[in-house]
Write a protein that binds this ligand. Structure first.
Ligand SMILES: [Mn+2]
Length: 278
């Protein structure tokens, strides 16, 4: 649960940052030299601080977060404050994409909504902010970053994405079968198959899709011969052996770094993996 001070700070941070997000388009195109990519922090301030310290040590010049900042953990307000302050410090260097938890539907009745139950005006300001957030980012003309997945529609391009209708992009998942298959997550949500991912990348001259959204215990899951990566940086699944991961993208290469939490202490694992963009 957040303190009264944290809530007050969130109010000010939202007031200051909403105009910045209003100016950003639904798909942000950026060229960076060394970018940290992380996702699904879900109210875990300690995890976020652990990741940001690592990013600083690695001297990244930019950050892309793939959404789902709130709920599950108890410190959603503090997580939003930390990320908004990072954004306000240098707006061009920090991209905060929208996740499916950053929606009126979910934010009202999970942990974040519960925390703000006696502060409806602050919850409303947060929801106004969520609606201004960008949905996707194209990094160095090669890597397509999104919370859920592409829509999987015919002749789809990144310019089809609008802030007004984000549902499929923040909810979809990849799926093993070609074409679109129904998702247990709900109506008008789909699993997007390998043929659609492959066509989308080719049509739009992109090399990789990196997305979050699906919790799993490996940190990184490779799909479709490395055309799509499902990243998970949340460590709230508990259990000693649960691994989470972040990515550092640098020119034609992405390096995945793994960490875990043991007895409330975070630690980086020795293992890391490099992936060359083809
Ligand atoms: Mn999600």
């Amino acid at each position: 649960m957040s303190t009264p001070e944290e809530k007050e700070i969130l109010k000010l941070n939202l007031e200051r940052s909403i105009p910045l997000f209003e100016k950003e388009s639904a798909v942000v195109h950026s060229d960076f030299k060394k970018t940290l990519i992380a996702t699904d922090i879900h109210g875990d301030l300690n995890a976020l601080e652990f990741i940001l310290k690592f990013a600083e040590e690695k001297e990244v010049d930019s950050y892309i977060f793939l959404g789902d900042y709130i709920d599950k953990g108890s410190e959603s307000v503090a997580v939003l404050n930390t990320l908004l302050e990072l954004k306000l410090k240098d707006p061009k260097k920090t991209i905060l994409l929208r996740g499916n938890h950053e929606t009126r539907g979910l934010s009202a009745w999970l942990e974040f909504g519960e925390d703000l139950v006696y502060h409806p005006e602050l919850l409303d300001a947060a929801n106004e902010f969520f609606e201004k957030m960008p949905i996707a980012a194209v990094l160095n003309n090669q890597i397509f970053c999104i919370h859920g997945c592409i829509a999987g529609s015919e002749d789809e391009t990144p310019t089809d994405i609008s802030k007004a209708e984000p549902k499929c992009y923040i909810w979809n998942d990849p799926g093993a079968e070609d074409g679109l298959t129904p998702s247990p997550r709900g109506n008008s949500i789909h699993r997007v198959g390998p043929n659609l991912i492959s066509d989308y990348l080719k049509r739009n001259d992109l090399k990789l899709i990196i997305r979050g959204h699906t919790s799993h215990t490996e940190g990184v899951k490779y799909w479709f011969d490395g055309k799509l990566v499902s990243l998970y940086s949340g460590i709230h699944l508990d259990g000693l052996q649960v691994k989470a991961a972040v990515a550092i993208a640098k020119e034609d290469e992405i390096k995945f770094h793994y960490f875990r939490k043991t007895k409330n202490r975070f630690e980086w694992l020795d293992e890391s993996e490099k992936m060359k963009l083809k």
